[in-house]
Design a protein around this ligand. Structure first.
Ligand code: NAD
Length: 251
């Protein structure tokens, strides 16, 4: 029996084929969860769901920066699955800008997806989790939040991901009496399409030199951590930030 047998999960930003959300969706499905993949494009979300092992998974269009869209996703998932046990707030975008280059549009784009999106999607599922008296929310932060950037994303990305950490901890405190846990994952450098083709060989060599384990992370490295936090293996873990960074930040 899988670790998520009988459970249902919503994973945002999970249509990206080499992304952390898709790898997490695949591992959750292998552990017998029914998974709802949410992403901007309905067709891409649908084919990502069809690609998962097992049956009964669904793909939904949803922009996490839109409160009504988040509510519609929660409603559709509840209609399809009958319950909501796990939410992985994975959708995120980044931009390699220096402080003085950040325009109001850049700020809105980057902070809205990670921070506003995490708030809105969590607000959308919390009533159902409260009714069930259980739930696990897993938020994708970043090592960038902890060390002040340095890999790829600009200061607005660091700030958005640091905001996600604060939100994760505040939700953990407020929701614990309802049996709902909230934790964050702080990945280091993981090879996905978020940076694909955007790093020069020099930037890559510099990043690798700062990783004691000497390699970039795999999407599956993050998925394993998400499985732990989503499952009852972590029943007494809430408000934590779990580093998945090959030792690039040890603190
Ligand atoms: P990715 O670019 O491969 O996938 C991100 C997905 O989010 C895409 O499918 C995109 O369509 C979706 N998305 C964007 N805006 C959205 C919106 N408004 N609503 C719904 N979906 C939206 O990225 P990834 O590398 O898999 O990253 C996943 C998460 O992990 C992100 O939050 C990212 O910031 C974080 N992260 C990644 C790394 C890394 O090295 N890859 C490191 C630290 C943190």
């Amino acid at each position: 029996m899988g670790l998520l047998d009988g459970k249902t999960a919503i994973i945002t930003g999970a249509a990206s084929p080499r992304g952390l959300g898709k790898a997490t969706a695949r591992l959750f499905a292998e552990h017998d969860a029914r998974v709802a993949i949410v992403d901007l494009d309905a067709d891409q979300a649908g084919s990502a769901a069809d690609d998962l092992p097992g049956s009964g998974h669904i793909g939904l269009a949803g922009d996490v920066t839109d409160r009504d869209a988040c509510d519609a996703v929660a409603k559709a998932v509840l209609e399809a699955f009958g319950r909501i046990d796990i939410l992985v707030n994975n959708a995120g975008i980044t931009q390699p800008l220096k402080l003085m280059e950040i325009t109001p549009e850049n700020y809105d784009a980057v902070t809205d997806v990670s921070l506003r999106g995490t708030l809105y999607m969590s607000q959308a599922v919390i009533p159902q989790m409260r009714a069930q008296k259980s739930g696990s929310i897993v938020n994708l932060s970043s090592v960038s939040a902890q060390r002040g950037g340095g890999i790829f994303g600009g200061p607005h990305y660091s700030a958005a991901k640091a905001g996600v950490l604060g939100l994760t901890k505040a939700m953990a405190r407020e929701l614990a009496p309802d049996g709902i846990r909230s934790n964050a994952i702080c990945p280091g450098f993981i090879a996905t399409d978020i940076t694909a083709g955007k790093l020069t060989p020099e930037m890559k060599a510099q990043v690798l030199a700062g990783i004691p384990m000497g390699r970039a992370g795999e999407a599956s490295d993050v998925a394993g951590c998400a499985l732990f936090l989503a499952s009852d293996l972590s029943a007494y873990v809430t408000g934590s930030e779990v580093d998945v960074n090959g030792g690039s930040l040890i603190h």
